[in-house]
Write a protein of this length. Structure first.
Length: 274
């Protein structure tokens, strides 16, 4: 941060590294906040199956629980915990991610947890990819990176510009943010942790505490140096070419989906004629 001229926070300023980050504590705090908002209809869980008492509490409030998974075993554990929706995220997805690609993972999870509905995630940024997910048995899709590039996202302008400029190879696996496999855009931050003299990232939640101050300083002073940023992103980033409004993205996805399904319908018609 010093080398990239990112200012320190004022004395006494609170930063993310000062938050107690045990998974159980954080999850319970998040659920407590979410349940105070009647418009919240679904609470999603990741990094392990949710505790049974939390699932019961959410269900008792009339909400649904979704569970993100990166393997069939993860999906089965979520199903056993009583979640209502499984989100199967292929390894090309952004943020915490596994090792199995979406084309392989999605149909495996669909078969393993049937009749639970499955949302397909990881590499979905175009309507044709939505059509492919539905063809493999998913009930819908879960987008991540696509929304980070929108005007309404909480990303800084530096992060949005980095997303638009990146290609798929720039979305690399790094443990520098939380200590677990995390797909981020390559930047001065990830490169610093890859240097031979750099320490190994600590396990979760300790690396989360280490990186917390950097996250806050980069959010506070995003224009200090555009070369350094911490931006979770999936490989689908290579398809994103501009910053758009959410509404425009939704319309584009719908149009692309219809184009893809129309093309498949025409192919099916030709096959039937043959």
């Amino acid at each position: 941060l010093r080398e990239n001229n990112v200012p320190e926070l004022p004395d006494g300023e609170f930063h993310n590294g000062m938050i107690t980050r045990s998974n159980s504590t954080t999850a319970r705090l998040h659920v407590a906040v979410a349940l105070r908002h009647p418009n919240v209809k679904v609470i999603a869980n990741a990094l392990g199956a949710p505790p049974a008492d939390l699932v019961d509490e959410i269900h008792h409030s009339g909400r649904l629980v979704a569970g993100l998974c990166g393997s069939v075993d993860h999906a089965r554990r979520h199903a056993a915990a009583g979640v209502d929706i499984i989100v199967a995220q292929g390894g090309e997805g952004g943020g915490h991610t596994g090792y199995i690609g979406s084309m392989v993972l999605w149909p495996q999870v669909v078969a393993a947890v049937a009749p639970l509905p499955v949302l397909a995630a990881g590499g979905v940024g175009h309507g044709s990819q939505i059509a492919a997910a539905l063809a493999m048995g998913a009930e819908g899709v879960w987008n991540g990176t696509l929304w980070l590039s929108t005007e309404e996202s909480e990303m800084t302008d530096v992060q949005r510009r980095a997303i638009v400029a990146a290609d798929s190879r720039d979305a690399i696996i790094s443990r520098s943010l939380t200590g677990k496999r995390n797909r981020l855009l390559r930047s001065a931050w990830t490169e610093a942790w890859e240097k031979p003299e750099a320490p190994d990232p600590l396990p979760l939640p300790l690396q989360d505490l280490v990186a917390g101050e950097a996250v806050t300083r980069l959010e506070t002073y995003p224009d200090a140096n555009p070369a350094i940023h911490i931006t979770p992103s999936g490989q689908v980033v290579g398809q994103i070419t501009k910053v758009s409004k959410v509404a425009d993205v939704m319309f584009e996805l719908a149009e692309q989906y219809l184009e893809a399904t129309d093309r498949l319908s025409a192919l099916n018609a030709r096959l039937q004629e043959a």
